[in-house]
Design a protein around this ligand. Structure first.
Ligand code: C2E
Ligand code: MG
Ligand code: MG
Ligand code: MG
Length: 291
């Protein structure tokens, strides 16, 4: 299985699928160890009001720094964790950690809603709803300060069962949003039926703003759908002033993105939303309760 590959020399032609399987197994093993050894962290990206630049929430995003491999992006390990089922304990850790952070902020006088990403497999677990209730209870966080971000993949399958679960979560007082809206198997019918508060416009539609006519049309349409159904709409991945200005004109009142801040450590987040002197226009009173 050593082949000649032109002038570059030799190439080891190990059957590719075995290599993939092996490296996937190694990565899965490393993830399990990382959870055990406390190598996962959360980062927090501010969610901002378009007009006032007030921070209205934080999205918790998982971070994994492996001592050997360095920083590993969620895109490189979440799909694997979803395939192997490891997302269930991992997602549980994220939920508990995020809820504890929001409760800790509240004790410090910072009232900041926190959004947590939930995978389909996690959402489908029989114990999921009880797990959410337990995490809130243990941390002492008011349920209204937790938002669960569901992707459209959660909503395919048994629609009635899904609706039951969403209603159970809603009756706990937890907010629900649809993440990456517009990229999945969208059906406007479920939006009408499901007890959700917010749509998150996927970054891929924000990227081409304001120039790309298709993106502009899609974003306008999502904002209109949100308005018709009385949902909040937040745009993700906003990097440029021109994108934010487009959103403001379109009537989309919330965004997150590098334009305001990338995902931050908890300490950086606190610093970012701390009240400043009146001369600075950046992030006034925010969620601080003035303690
Ligand atoms: P998402 O939930 O749609 O999160 C938004 C992603 O966009 C994050 O990537 C964030 O860092 C990135 N982002 C934010 N602002 C900008 C911007 O202005 N420009 C660009 N280019 N990117 C921006 P991240 O942290 O790498 O996460 C990627 C995806 O991994 C998330 O997409 C989510 O689907 C998944 N993920 C992350 N953490 C968790 C978790 O705890 N549980 C689950 N189930 N999935 C997670
Ligand atoms: Mg998200
Ligand atoms: Mg998203
Ligand atoms: Mg996205």
């Amino acid at each position: 299985w050593v082949k000649e590959s032109g002038r570059a020399g030799f190439r080891f032609d190990v059957p590719r699928r075995d290599v993939d399987l092996l490296s996937r197994m190694r990565l899965d093993h490393a993830m399990r160890q990382a959870l055990e050894f406390g190598q996962f962290r959360l980062s927090f990206q501010p969610q901002v009001e378009v007009g006032s630049r007030r921070v209205i929430g934080a999205e918790a995003l998982l971070r994994w720094r492996d001592p050997v491999r360095g920083e590993i992006a969620p895109a490189d390990f979440i799909p694997l964790a979803e395939q192997s089922g490891f997302i269930v304990p991992l997602g549980d850790w994220v939920l508990r950690e995020a809820v504890m952070q929001a409760a800790e902020w509240l004790r410090q006088g910072l009232r900041m809603p926190i959004a947590v990403n939930v995978s389909a497999l996690q959402f489908q677990q029989p114990q999921f709803i009880e797990g959410v209730a337990a995490a809130l209870r243990m941390a002492g966080l008011p349920p209204g300060l937790l938002e669960l971000e569901l992707t459209e993949s959660v909503l395919v399958g048994d629609a009635d069962e899904c609706l039951r679960r969403m209603r159970a979560l809603a009756s706990l007082g937890v907010a629900l949003s649809i993440d990456d809206f517009g990229t999945g198997y969208s059906s406007l019918a479920y939006l009408k039926r499901f007890p959700i508060q917010r749509l998150k416009i996927d970054r891929s539609f924000v990227q081409g703003l304001p120039g790309d006519a298709s993106d502009a049309g899609i974003v306008n349409a999502i904002v209109q759908v949100g308005r018709a159904l009385n949902l909040q709409v937040i745009a993700e991945g906003v990097e440029r002033e021109a994108q934010r200005d487009f959103l403001a004109r379109a009537g989309c009142h919330e965004f997150q993105g590098y334009l305001y801040a990338p995902p931050l450590t908890a300490a950086e987040f606190e610093e970012r939303v701390r009240p400043r002197r009146a001369v600075e226009d950046d992030a006034p009173a925010s969620g601080w309760l003035g303690l």
